[in-house]
Design a protein around this ligand. Structure first.
Ligand code: OGA
Ligand code: MN
Length: 230
């Protein structure tokens, strides 16, 4: 078992997620606009969206289709040798297989360097291996906070193959929440309070609704970079 994941599972803290009423968006919403053109964040109040907005970023189309394909070529052969895990009900993740990788081919390394320079301040000490999670179409990630012992203030993840919704819920105040639309090929970044004081989760297909609009889940691969605790 990989250290990081073992730790992740230990610190997993289920949060009370009581049917969050969808409400305010950080941008104007229009039923006529395609989902992708809207602000990819909605939350329990405009104040929270504004406050947390500086600590949460979603960059749509951060990578191209060709770059996504490069990751697939590099990751899929290894992932396919593993079976999706469904049976550990106490795990933070359900319906997944995972790996971590230190050395990458040139194409992927170049993209990862772009992720690193976008997400982390220059000179940050990063966790060496990049973490890869392959979620089955029926897979999901339960609410948790990443280990503070092993990971620093910033988490940056690319989403491949599927749109999904990441929900942040304030640990001690579950009425405060933020939903992020993680479109396929987007990059998300969680920093500071958003990383330490809010749980994050990836919603299962049946619950995958963003601002009232269904966001069907397919198989999803995430490629996650983290820094080390300061
Ligand atoms: C994690 C996690 C989110 C993702 O591995 O700790 O929250 O995008 N992953 O897969
Ligand atoms: Mn996490």
């Amino acid at each position: 078992m990989k250290v990081l994941l073992a730790v992740l599972k230990q610190i997993h803290k289920p949060a009370l997620c009581t049917g969050n009423p969808r409400c305010l968006s950080s941008g104007a919403t229009s039923g006529l606009l395609p989902l992708r053109d809207e602000a990819p964040m909605v939350g329990s109040s405009p104040e929270l969206v504004q406050k947390l907005g500086s600590q949460v970023e979603v960059r749509t189309d951060f990578i191209t289709e060709e770059e996504e394909a490069a990751f697939l070529r590099e990751l899929d052969p290894g992932l396919k040798k593993k079976r999706y895990e469904f049976d550990h009900w106490d795990d933070a993740i359900h319906g997944y297989r995972e790996t971590e990788r230190l050395r990458w081919g040139t194409a992927c390394e170049e993209i990862l360097n772009r992720v690193r320079s976008t997400a982390f301040p220059e000179g940050s000490q990063l966790l060496g291996p990049v973490h890869v999670i392959d979620l089955d179409k029926t897979g999901y990630i339960k609410p948790h906070i990443d280990s503070v012992k092993f990971c620093g203030s910033t988490i940056a993840g690319l989403s491949l193959l599927s749109d999904s919704i990441m929900r942040l819920v304030k640990e001690d105040t579950p009425s405060e929440w933020l939903d992020l639309l993680l479109s396929r090929r987007s990059l998300y970044i969680l920093r500071d309070q958003a990383r330490y004081k809010f749980t994050h989760e990836i919603l299962k297909n049946e619950e995958s609704v963003f601002n009232g609009q269904r966001v069907p889940r397919q198989r999803r691969i995430s490629v996650i970079c983290r820094n080390l605790p300061g």
